[in-house]
Design a protein around this ligand. Structure first.
Ligand code: DAH
Length: 344
């Protein structure tokens, strides 16, 4: 039995000497020292030994167990050390390297233009109002003096959800909503930026969905000269201090009189070029004195109060300001395009 134990030790030492990883090491531990392992197997024969032999063999068995355990432990420590070394090498960080630059996002040019316009009007004492994109026929058209079957509705053909609900075609309904919310109080000075929708074919300057900014001022003795002064101040802040404006008679159902407002060409300053088709002027918005009917419908006495309103297309302003020739660039999310507007 002693020989068998010695042979076992010999074999184990040899096997353990060759072992190269932690999993195999564990296999060997089970093989030699496990409950059903080789050592246990040999020790089963202890019962047949004489009383004198038993302690001697017992001692040898303990020595063998001890030797194998020590060797396994030594191997384990070695494997752990190798593992740690490997990880340290793999996860090495050179703290002296310069940091990696994080890519930073930027505000979308359309939002940027909206914010710039908001800032200009907030500086003039305006508040920013908001209205729903799904709008009722009443607010979108009727309260804006566009009764059912009015021919001017044609220009703003839209997406109807029901007979009475549609995607708003303009931000003008916020005029009526604001006046109703103010319950006849003055002064009102609001702008309202937002999305509008029209059944339009997409091309370089049209999109079925775009952005407008509406403006409304209601108070006592508000005159056309107030409108002109306000829009001149706005355009100079937006396009530069030497910008001139020109008011042309026009028609909108919700204003009387109505005007279209042109600015001196952003490219040639009025000399005539390709951008302004040699005219020196660029149309940027619609405007006018709030129609008495619109005031009355929203609860304002048109004998006592007057006001002006304006509406502009954000995309158009952005295209003029930045010389963008296709509206679709704003919606295609091409980082090469958008990145050019990042302000640092
Ligand atoms: N709502 C008009 C449109 O979408 C733009 C407009 C014109 C708004 C004149 C106004 C205005 O407030 O006074 O074509």
């Amino acid at each position: 039995m002693k020989e068998r134990l010695e042979a076992l030790k010999h074999e184990a030492v040899e096997q353990l000497g060759k072992v190269a990883d932690a999993i195999k090491l564990n296999d060997l531990r089970v093989k030699y020292l496990g409950k059903k392992g080789a050592l246990t197997e040999i020790l089963r024969g202890m019962g047949s030994l004489s009383t004198e032999e038993r302690p001697v063999i017992g001692q040898v068995a303990n020595d063998v167990r001890g030797a194998i355990e020590a060797l396994i432990e030594q191997k384990q420590t070695e494997f752990q050390r190798l593992e740690t070394e490997k990880r340290l090498a793999a996860e090495k960080v050179d703290v002296t390297l310069p940091g990696r630059k994080l890519k930073q996002g930027a505000i979308h040019p359309l939002n940027q233009v909206i914010q710039d316009i908001e800032d200009i009007f907030i500086g003039m004492g305006y508040k920013v109002a908001d209205g729903p994109e799904v709008e009722t026929d009443y607010y979108n058209f009727e309260a804006m003096n566009l009764p059912k079957n009015h021919p001017a509705r044609d220009m703003q053909d839209s997406f109807y959800l029901t007979e009475e609900l549609l995607m708003r075609t303009q931000t003008s309904p916020v005029q009526a909503r604001t006046m109703e919310a103010m319950k006849g109080e003055v002064p009102i000075k609001v702008i309202c930026p937002g999305r509008v929708y029209r059944r339009d074919d997409d091309d370089a300057t049209h999109s079925f969905q775009f952005h407008q900014i509406e403006g409304l001022v209601v108070g006592k003795r508000i005159r056309m000269s107030d409108l002109k002064g306000t829009l001149l101040e706005f355009t100079r802040r937006m396009f530069g201090p030497n910008t001139q404006i020109r008011l042309r008679p026009s028609f909108f159902p919700f204003t009387e009189p109505s005007v279209e407002v042109d600015v001196t060409c952003v490219k040639c300053s009025g000399n005539g070029c390709r951008v302004c088709k040699q005219s020196g002027w660029l149309e940027i918005l619609g405007s006018g004195m709030v129609h008495p009917r619109v005031l009355e419908m929203s609860g304002y006495d048109s004998e006592e109060y007057s006001g002006f309103a304006f509406g502009m297309g954000v995309e158009r302003i952005a295209m003029l300001k930045y010389g963008v020739d296709d509206i679709r660039h704003f919606y295609s999310n091409d980082m090469r395009f958008l990145g050019q507007f990042a302000r640092v």
